[in-house]
Ligand binder design. Structure first.
Ligand SMILES: [Zn+2]
Length: 269
């Protein structure tokens, strides 16, 4: 039914960067692809996962990870989370348990939502869409222990800084971030940019858009985040959204074109 090469398994999309996409049935008749990424560390057997899927995808994701981490010394050291929504945090508790030395990495401003149980519904927004529809969004019940969580801000030093760099792209949520895979010039943006046609959601057509308005806390900042991504052309070739029907992500030039002429993209998909 879905012809993505990385459906339910990790495929190396760039040297040292693997993507696995699992279809998430959000509601009856509505399904969206959710991608997670495995990154090879610069120390043998060290791995990092970026995002961890929806709760109902945990088993499939753990199986897919096991197919890549086949050496007995292979281990996930960090689970980098772009933001604390339910479809990005699902397997984090299971992975922290499976890899006792691992930690979740999140932005400082996202910590209350993933460690303290704060609801995104408490966010004040600049749009009526979020204010009216936030009560219909899926709430996450994932709660991570403080001592297994590492918080970072733009430019903070950490163990994997030669491989992965956190870039603040807030707006979709108060602490939503992107992760730059430095060796392959790839940027994992979470939901800051999406690449699926909104209507109908089952059309399986790649189509660049901003994040989903009903779950975006601050639209103005979300647009600034897209603008910020377009300024990273010196460091980035490919943008990989978490929701993407294209197997090879989006070239940064396309993001640039979308930023300046979003209406043109609405008409093509
Ligand atoms: Zn999402």
């Amino acid at each position: 039914m879905y012809d993505l090469p990385d459906l339910n398994r990790f495929v190396e999309v760039r040297p040292g960067l693997y993507r696995c996409t699992i279809i998430w049935p959000v509601a009856p008749g509505v399904a969206v692809p959710v991608s997670t990424f495995l990154v090879k560390g610069d120390v043998p057997h060290d791995w990092v996962l970026i995002d961890s899927g929806a709760p109902m995808q945990v088993e499939t994701l753990l199986k897919a990870i096991d197919q890549v981490l086949t050496h007995e010394q292979d281990s996930i050291r960090f689970i980098c989370i772009t933001h604390a929504h339910i479809d990005h945090t699902g397997a984090a508790p299971a992975l922290l348990e499976k890899y006792p030395g691992s930690k979740a990495v999140i932005h400082e401003d996202e910590k209350p939502f993933i460690c303290d149980g704060k609801s995104f519904r408490s966010c004040t927004s600049d749009t009526w869409t979020f204010t009216l529809l936030k009560h219909f969004s899926h709430e996450s019940n994932v709660k991570l222990p403080q001592d297994r969580t590492l918080t970072l801000r733009d430019g903070d030093k950490w163990e994997f800084e030669h491989v992965l760099k956190l870039i603040e792209t807030q707006g979709h949520t108060p602490g939503s971030v992107s992760f730059l895979h430095i060796p392959s010039r790839s940027l994992m943006v979470g939901d800051a940019i999406m690449n699926i046609a909104a209507y109908p959601m089952l059309s399986k057509i790649p189509c660049i858009s901003g994040p989903m308005a009903m779950s975006t806390c601050h639209w103005g900042n979300a647009m600034k985040a897209i603008e910020k991504i377009t300024t990273l052309k010196e460091e980035v070739d490919t943008v990989f959204p978490a929701h993407d029907y294209n197997s090879d992500g989006i070239h940064i030039q396309k993001v640039h074109e979308f930023h300046f002429r979003p209406r043109a993209f609405e008409k093509t998909c």
